[in-house]
Every structure is written in structure tokens, then in C-alpha cells.
Design a protein around this ligand. Structure first.
Ligand code: NAD
Length: 270
């Protein structure tokens, strides 16, 4: 496909936590749609480097960079490097996220704090840097109708309570109102801010919950559509939501969950 016919052509995207799972699929999908992509990771570089190699092999542009999204200085360095290499940023997918599960009464302050730091403060720091860059650069209507697009990776757990995971559910509930409040504040600048709410997607974050056939079966009972999601399901959603085809969408979470939010327990009348 010619680059000019791609819906994210001439745009620059930054994807956090893109060395694995959903973030890796999002980075690949945005690149396939024509964006140059900054592939962020926090631990080992191998996963991020593999994503960069795949993108380059397909004719796209990408580079990888380590940064802990919960660290202000590292987030600022990540954006500065991206702007230096590619000129600006048009799309942020704030995807990095972790789980540290424990029964409520056993949860340590460190477990609570770590998940909030990465999942919520990390999104604040990245989104703030992105909005600052969008405002600095100003509109580029030949490239995109919106001055910038921020996509917060949330979860069905921004609305579904989750016993044993109160830190995670609280972080995603926080992401939802962070996203909506930013959308309200930034809309006048033509900056669109949205969330994606995945259901159960097969990635390393939930490997342990899919160890045995029994666990998979009990997971499938929560998914009316009858299959566990794949990272690519979310990559496609992100590429569309970032594009001008979604230009009138701001301040909302797009759930991609195979119907998990349809209260499947009530399927047979409750
Ligand atoms: P994953 O473990 O495969 O990926 C998480 C990514 O975040 C990794 O690349 C990891 O290196 C990165 N990361 C962790 N801490 C970081 C930090 N401090 N700074 C920068 N990067 C950091 O898991 P995933 O399932 O792909 O999760 C991606 C996002 O999707 C998370 O926000 C998660 O909450 C969300 N999500 C996942 C599911 C699911 O079922 N897999 C469902 C709903 C929401």
C-alpha cells in the first residue's frame, strides 16, 4: 500500500509499554497505518527491539527507548527524544500497565502505590507531555483534523469491580476520569482524548489466569462472544481511534471486550 493512502501517514505515534502484549500490537498497527512509532519499554530491550525490526521490515519507521512512565524525568526524556528524531508527536497511546494482585486485607502499601504509580500517574505524566507538545506544535490540518490524539489504555475494570485487584481497578477507574477530564479541558484545542477498555486479552499480564483448561473455561464464561481477545484486536481499535475516521469521538471509552460488560451471568434470565 502506498504510504500516502495510509490513514496515519506523516504522523508520529508514541506507545508506552510497547515491548509486549497489547502495546506491541498497537505499535505494529499504528506503523502499518503509516505512523512513525516510538516504541517505549521499561525492562529488557529485546521485546521492543523485535517490534522495531518488524516495523522496519514492513517498510515503516520506529525506534525503541527505555523509560519508566512513573518517572517524570524519564517521560520528559522520552518525548524529547521522539521530537528530536521525528519532529513532533501526533498520537500518544498510554498503554503501560501492571498488576500486583493481593487480597484486600493482605495488600501492602507498596503494592497499592506501585500500581497507582505506573497505571495512573504514568498516564498523567505521558498525557501531559503529549498535550504540551500538541499545543507547542499547533494544528497541522493537512496531516490530521485533530491537533493531537491521546488514547489511554484502560480496562473493563474501569467499571467492573475486581476483588483481589483493588489497586488495579482503582487505577483504571482513575484513568477513566483522568481521560474524561482531559478531554473536556483539551477539546477546544482540537485535542481528542479517549480510552480503550479491553476485556480479557491473551498477554503476559494474565498468563497465570489461563494456565489450565479449567481456568480458560471459567474465563470464557465471562465472555459472551466465546473467545479470549488477541492483542491485534486492540491494535486495530487503536489505529482507527487515532485516525480522522474517528474525528468526532472524544471523552469516551471504547470497550473491546467480546461482550464482557453485558453481565453474562444474566444470560439465562439471572
Ligand atoms: P503486558 O505485561 O504484556 O505489557 C505491559 C507493558 O507495560 C510491558 O511492555 C511492560 O514492559 C510495560 N511496563 C510496565 N511497567 C512500566 C513502566 N513503569 N514504564 C514503562 N512501561 C512499563 O500486558 P498487556 O496485557 O499488554 O497490558 C497492556 C495494557 O493493557 C495495560 O495497561 C493493561 O492494564 C491493559 N489491559 C490489559 C488487558 C488484558 O487482558 N491483557 C485487559 C485490560 C486492560
Amino acid at each position: 500500500m502506498a504510504v500516502t493512502s495510509q490513514r496515519l501517514a506523516h504522523q508520529v505515534a508514541l506507545v508506552t509499554g510497547a515491548s509486549s502484549g497489547i502495546g506491541a500490537a498497537v505499535a505494529r498497527a499504528l506503523a502499518a497505518a503509516g505512523a512513525a512509532v516510538a516504541v517505549n519499554y521499561s525492562g529488557h530491550p529485546e521485546g521492543a527491539d523485535a517490534v522495531v525490526r518488524d516495523i522496519e521490515a514492513a517498510g515503516g519507521r520506529a525506534f525503541s527507548m527505555r523509560a519508566d512512565v512513573s518517572r517524570e524525568d524519564e517521560v520528559q526524556a522520552l518525548f524529547a527524544e521522539t521530537v528530536q528524531r521525528y519532529g513532533t508527536v501526533h498520537i500518544l497511546v498510554a498503554n503501560a500497565g501492571i498488576q500486583q494482585d493481593a487480597k484486600f486485607v493482605d495488600m501492602t502499601l507498596a503494592q497499592w502505590q506501585k500500581v497507582l504509580d505506573v497505571n495512573l500517574t504514568g498516564q498523567f505524566l505521558c498525557a501531559r507531555e503529549a498535550a504540551r507538545e500538541f499545543l507547542r506544535r499547533g494544528p497541522q490540518p493537512d496531516i490530521s483534523k485533530a491537533t493531537g490524539k491521546i488514547i489511554c489504555m484502560s480496562s473493563v475494570h474501569e467499571v467492573i469491580p475486581w476483588a483481589g485487584h483493588v489497586n488495579y481497578a482503582a487505577s483504571k477507574g482513575g484513568v477513566m476520569l483522568l481521560m474524561k477530564s482531559m478531554a473536556q479541558e483539551l477539546a477546544a484545542h482540537r485535542i481528542r482524548v479517549n480510552g480503550i477498555g479491553p476485556g480479557a486479552i491473551a498477554t503476559p499480564i494474565n498468563e497465570e489466569a489461563r494456565d489450565t483448561p479449567e481456568e480458560v473455561e471459567s474465563l470464557l464464561r465471562l465472555i459472551p462472544y466465546g473467545r479470549v481477545g488477541q492483542p491485534e484486536d486492540i491494535g486495530q481499535v487503536a489505529a482507527w481511534l487515532a485516525s480522522d475516521e474517528a474525528d468526532y469521538i472524544t471523552g469516551t471509552t471504547l470497550f473491546a471486550d467480546g461482550g464482557m460488560l453485558l453481565y453474562p451471568g444474566f444470560e439465562s434470565g439471572g
